[in-house]
Design a protein around this ligand. Structure first.
Ligand code: ZN
Length: 172
């Protein structure tokens, strides 16, 4: 397994639309394993292939406190949404920022699992929020897109500035 590097906002590659996965094979399962290792190490509760610069429709999620509910969703499709929930969202691609975002409280999603079987699942609360956030990634969308333009630009500028300081520190 390997830790993959995660793209960070405002990297334009986060804006790409991911293409469908045509075959669930061992290469894809290896990628999923690497993504889990990367997400747990970060740590995070969800990671889309887009974030590791692989533009295929798949993501992983585990919203449990003890890494016991891993899900890999391949070619996910949200079939139904209802209710409203507002939570503070963060993102491994927007490190250090947490902002309130409104999502559907309950969803039904269809996807292929890591064995290539088609599955339908209901999700609510945090898992539903996480799935909606990750599906957005596959469409090149980030949670900061739900914020005001002013707030998004502020986060963008601060992240660029912090990164510049970081690389200076690395050299020194
Ligand atoms: Zn994210």
């Amino acid at each position: 397994m390997a830790i993959l590097s995660i793209l960070e906002f405002p990297d334009p590659r986060l804006r790409k639309t991911a293409r469908r996965v045509s075959k669930v094979d061992d290469d894809l399962r290896r990628l999923i394993d690497d993504m889990f290792e990367t997400m747990y190490a970060a740590p995070g509760i969800g990671l889309a292939a887009t974030q590791v610069n692989i533009h295929r429709r798949l993501f992983i999620a585990d919203v449990s406190a003890d890494q016991t509910e891993p899900y890999a969703l391949i070619n996910p499709e949200i079939l139904e949404k209802d209710g409203v929930i507002v939570t503070e969202e963060g993102c491994l691609s927007v490190p250090g920022y947490y902002e309130e975002v409104e999502r559907a409280e309950h969803i039904r999603v269809r996807f292929e699992n890591r064995d290539g079987e088609q599955v339908e699942m209901e999700a609510k609360g945090l898992l539903a929020v996480c799935i909606q956030h990750e599906v957005d990634h596959l469409d090149g969308k980030l949670f900061v897109d739900y914020l005001s333009e002013a707030r998004r630009q502020q986060i963008r500028k601060r992240l660029i500035r912090d990164r510049r300081h970081q690389s200076t520190a690395d050299v020194a």
